[in-house]
Design a protein around this ligand. Sequence first.
Ligand code: HXC
Length: 519
Amino acid sequence: MNNQDKLKKLVDLRAEAKLGGGEKRIAKQHSQGKMTARERIDILLDEGSFEELDMFVTHRCTNFGMEKTKFLGDGVVTGHGTIDGRVVYVYATDFTVFGGSLSETLAQKICKVMDMAMNVGAPVIGINDSGGARIQEGVGSLAGYSEIFQRNIMASGVIPQITAIFGPCAGGAVYSPALTDFIMMTEENSYMFLTGPKVVKTVTGEDISVADLGGADVHASKSGVSQFKVENEEEGLLLIRKLMSYLPQNNLEEAPLEETNDPIERVEDSLNSIIPDNANKPYDMMEVIHSVADNGEFLEVHRNYAKNIIVGFCRMGGQSVGVVANQPSFLAGVLDCDASRKAARFVRFCDAFNIPILTLVDVPGFLPGSGQEYAGVITHGAKLLFAYGEATVPKVTVTLRKSYGGAHIVMSCKQLRGDFNYAWPTAEIAVMGAEGAIEVIEGRNIAALEGEEAQLKYAEEKINEYEEKFSNPYNAASFGYIDDVIEPRNTRFRVIRAFETLQTKKQSNPLKKHSNIPL
Ligand code: HXC
């Protein structure tokens, strides 16, 4: 073979590899509304930036006549490229090759890019569309999964890890995504479950469809397994690019600063009247977030899950900020098991990756009742408490209205090392709401009065007295637990100024093997 032939061979092999499992299977993939692995990577990365690795890897299995069927690349496309000029490592399983199922060699390819990403401190983005373990390979495949899981664990908190599920993801295969920071699913075509409908039917008798068991809706709203639900793959890939813009490359770096033309000192008059006079009336916390964020932009995470709390990313003065905010317009913004878990996970992510946290508080307390207690609200609430108390990133808290009892403490209070704790004049920072409090401390005196009118009058007087004394920000401010009471319309620049001041903040926790967060 002369050199020209050698060159031609390379070109031919590359062309063969790029066809994956062949044109027929690619056509089937397209007919199901799915893209191929390479088409997905093309949308995800900056144009022309993708450098593919291990294109010539093939499986080594000889069971069931497998030696006769080999495809270059063996069911996964791996490599690196850039998103907005920043390096990321990617892998995308190729469903056209053995259903993207995981062989030993396929796992090695994924592990290689994960190792490379760790070496250079770059994020890893995985795109999953796979029939799970390569059945013909038996335990080799299980070992391959385990190798990936171990790397997911070691990379956790070091480099951001994002997973898109654009097809099936079943059995133990779900655990790699579950170990990453963010999971995205498409409305159609993607599902995740440990055991499929057939096994469920056999074991429990439950008749359930694939979508009802593990579709995007289920995981975005019921289980909370996935943080993002998108309509289609393109929307998902573009969303990952956007998400990346808020994140640093690794735990030793800061998220990129983005110049903003939105004036830092912008005053938002509408905030002065957003809190209704009636304390039991809701308003939309999202309006507050949009008002204070650069250009009103906010990337919500976990939008459909535990809507009583909002988490997501915005920029303030160009700096990436993680926002945690109670949502009074959903279940009055109460804290429950799901909301606590959702927020705790987000706070820990921000802390791991040096993203300052803005907490907007309007919380009536924890949801009472046996349902919550049996579900372990004590442990789940403690997760959020722990996450805030452990976090060393800059933390700015603004209390807008209610901040009662345990929920006050949990929502990034001063004693949990809050750096700047501001309150609006409408804030009510107390052990509990006025009516409940008076029932407890004056119940006996009220009952002793004769006649309903007298009882109501006395109760009202005491409620007023309590409100006067406690349902305001000044009592907490008199102790220094609130650093300043601010005009709502000034919130944006007060918060930005606080974060600017905190840029040089250095805080560390005692040396330990690791903490024991109440899981
Ligand atoms: C080998 C597989 C495969 C697998 C699919 N294929 N899954 N090959 N191992 N796990 C192959 C098929 O033989 C077929 O090959 C091609 O991929 C496309 O599959 P189809 O069935 O034609 O596609 P579709 O109708 O879209 O159905 C997709 C599917 C189904 C629902 C994913 O393929 C399926 O049920 N696969 C098996 C899923 C499974 O049970 N996996 C093991 C889970 S246990 P040809 O040559 O015809 O194109 C597990 C344990 C992990 O994963 C533990 C980790 C710790």
